[in-house]
Ligand binder design. Sequence first.
Ligand code: SF4
Length: 177
Amino acid sequence: MSKLKLATAWLDGCSGCHMSFLDMDERLLDLAEFVDVVYSPIVDAKQFPDHVDIALVEGAVASVDDEVKIRKIRAHSGTLVAMGDCAVAGNVPSMRNPIGPHAILERAYIENATVQQQIPCVVVPKLLRVVRPVHEFVKVDVFLPGCPPSAETFHTALTALINGGPLDIPALTRFGA
Ligand code: SF4
């Protein structure tokens, strides 16, 4: 049996969800018998593949770059999993929504800077006015709530996705199941 192609990606998050994913520890070796990680911050792959079977996405959509990235991931993925509360509901990154991006940039690059006080206009991606969860941009197939989701949740969900079985996790929602 050929292995499933798995990708993980992050948008506006803290990487904590990826750390929890790695907390599966030795169970990662079991999963590796069934999946190849073909794109991820934790592997050396620069381009998102033409097709992956499962994509796990951490973080909310907060910038123009995030939006381009999530639309590309959606277009090239079979099952898209929103992993963690930032991807599922906005969570921490969306706390800036009542303040607005300009005030945030002023605070970070002008008020708190002791040298070279200027708001960057290159390299740093343009922020969207409002931070929103992944499902407000693209169809999400599986939601893994938690900040972060536990390693147990990751293992249960991935085992079910690999086997094509039901996702038996309380408070976890799979559209169309
Ligand atoms: S859900 Fe929590 S752990 Fe995951 S990226 Fe957001 S803040 Fe970090």
